[in-house]
Design a protein around this ligand. Structure first.
Ligand SMILES: [Fe+2]
Ligand SMILES: [Fe+2]
Length: 184
């Protein structure tokens, strides 16, 4: 078996892309579904890996970001009272299944090569956040602007700014990790 049999592409399968719906309400449902998945499943799992790999500060960072993803969903839910549990998006379900598969091997991989697993998780987290703030959520904001929904557009813009900050935090953590002494 290779020293670390996991790739960035494999971990990236844990990313669920929210999609622009035909209506602003459908877009909001997809958004909340994905943000709550990141809050409840994806980032807590990345945090567990970091803790197990011996990087408690990075584990904390993943949990901090998880908390902010919850906040993003809460901001939008205020505009869509009565949304309840959003319908599970196809891509979210696929991501949940991918994460479950990785979870089965993750402990063994972390034991083999902790630093590489966390380095890859951070690189994926950066990619996830960048895709959200550069591509996916600007489209949601523009849909809201076109529909004359100023409040929703403002919420999406606030989210865009926050996701950009997340990517910066993860970039900084990646630099820190690269400065860590290589485990013997
Ligand atoms: Fe978010
Ligand atoms: Fe984020």
């Amino acid at each position: 078996m290779n020293k670390c049999d996991i790739t960035e592409d494999t971990i990236y399968q844990c990313f669920a892309a929210a999609t622009t719906g035909k209506t602003l309400g459908a877009t909001a449902t997809s958004f909340v579904d994905v943000e709550e998945y990141e809050n409840q499943v994806m980032y807590p799992e990345f945090s567990r890996w970091a803790k197990k790999a011996g990087y408690p500060q990075i584990a904390e960072l993943f949990l901090k970001v998880a908390g902010e993803e919850k906040l993003h969903a809460t901001w939008l839910r205020k505009l869509y009272e009565g949304m309840g549990t959003p319908a599970r998006g196809e891509d979210t379900q696929r991501a949940i299944d991918a994460l479950e598969t990785i979870r089965k091997n993750s402990d063994a991989l972390i034991a083999q090569d902790p630093k590489t697993v966390i380095e890859k998780a951070l690189k994926v987290a950066i990619k996830v956040e960048q895709r959200e703030y550069r591509e996916i959520y600007p489209a949601f904001r523009d849909q809201a602007i076109q529909a004359g929904q100023k409040e929703a557009a403002e919420v999406y813009q606030r989210v865009i700014n926050s996701e950009e900050q997340h990517s910066q935090w993860f970039e900084k953590a990646l630099t820190t990790l690269e400065n860590y002494p290589q485990a013997a």
